[in-house]
Ligand binder design. Structure first.
Ligand SMILES: Nc1ncnc2c1ncn2[C@@H]1O[C@H](COP(=O)(O)OP(=O)(O)OP(=O)(O)O)[C@@H](O)[C@H]1O
Ligand SMILES: [Mg+2]
Length: 289
């Protein structure tokens, strides 16, 4: 801005009158126009950016919806796979239990009867008693395999009942570790797949206790609190280094426990170290229990 001014001053040097201010108004107007133009351009730019942000927001929303749909489809797919898998397992378990298992049981009774009749007539029973004993073992094996394929009781009585009978069976057949079972959970989880997953997780933990822990005592606890469920499987055995063992390619069991826990949206905590026993916690939160 060009500014020219003349001031009429008193003898004392005080300004008495401003004679002229030559203001280059044109320059000011021009700058004002420029500034207005810049503001308008910036406003337009801002509007364009805001539109872009809105567009991006709606694209993000659409992408989130697609992700939700995919998750839902994945969940449905898993549920269907589980359902089909369970159906197949049930069929197989039924064939084993009701077919082969029952046939073996009848054969065993018939054999027992034959042995008794031969003995009553003082006729040698040769090795029939051993065959009878072997058959008894085979029947137990078939029963165990059936249990592994599907705990038949789960669909009928729920997983708590199945776990209780599993623990009873264990204490009956496996005397080196004393198993205890505690629960304050009297209801059942609404989803049969969740029940089966929890059952499988506990089954793997128990198998590991039997196979690896050398524990004298082991306990399974299922405690419910409001809408959460805490599952604990612990033993006083030799313990192990969880993160190290998890990396071992041959260890399928722990990896399955981890992936089942993830599928259940649950938290897994393995508290174990060599010589100090093992405590495995699975926490299911916010369930409609
Ligand atoms: N309760 C336990 N006490 C002591 N060691 C354990 C226990 N559970 C697991 N382990 C150790 O962790 C390893 C990995 O267990 P994991 O269940 O993954 O495999 P595995 O039992 O050896 O074989 P599988 O794949 O048939 O389950 C075991 O080999 C064992 O050394
Ligand atoms: Mg295992």
């Amino acid at each position: 801005m060009k500014l020219k001014e003349s001031v009429w001053e008193s003898n004392g040097g005080n300004p008495l009158h401003i004679i002229a201010i030559d203001n280059d108004v044109q320059t000011i107007d021009h700058k004002k126009d420029n500034a207005k133009h810049t503001i308008r351009t910036l406003k337009n730019e801002l509007e364009r950016k805001q539109q872009e942000i809105e567009q991006l927001k709606s694209q993000l929303k659409a992408a989130n919806n697609i992700i939700k749909d995919i998750d839902q489809t994945k969940q449905n797919l898993f549920e269907n796979i589980y359902a089909i898998e369970n159906l197949e397992r049930e069929k197989l378990a039924y064939c084993l239990h009701e077919g082969i298992g029952q046939d073996l049981a009848s054969l065993r009774y018939m054999l027992k009867d034959t042995i008794e009749q031969l003995a009553a007539k003082n006729i040698s029973t040769y090795n029939l008693p051993e065959i009878h004993a072997m058959m008894a073992k085979t029947i137990v094996e078939v029963k165990n395999v059936t249990y592994k394929i599907i705990p038949a009781d789960i669909t009928k009585f729920g997983f708590i009942h199945s776990l209780q009978s599993m623990v009873e069976d264990l204490n009956h057949h496996f005397s080196s570790t004393k198993f205890t079972f505690y629960t304050n959970f009297t209801d059942e989880l609404p989803s049969i797949n969740d029940q089966l997953s929890i059952y499988r997780i506990i089954q793997e933990c128990i198998n590991n206790i039997i196979k690896h822990s050398h524990a004298s005592e082991a306990g399974i606890q299922i405690t419910s609190n409001h809408n959460s469920l805490l599952i604990t499987v612990e033993d006083n055995g030799v313990g192990f280094d969880y993160s190290k063992k998890l990396k071992k390619a041959s260890s399928r069991g722990l990896k399955n426990v981890l992936s089942r826990t993830k599928d259940l949206n649950a938290d897994l905590l393995v508290d174990s170290s060599p010589r100090f026993g093992t405590c495995i916690h699975i926490l299911l939160n916010n369930r409609p229990i």
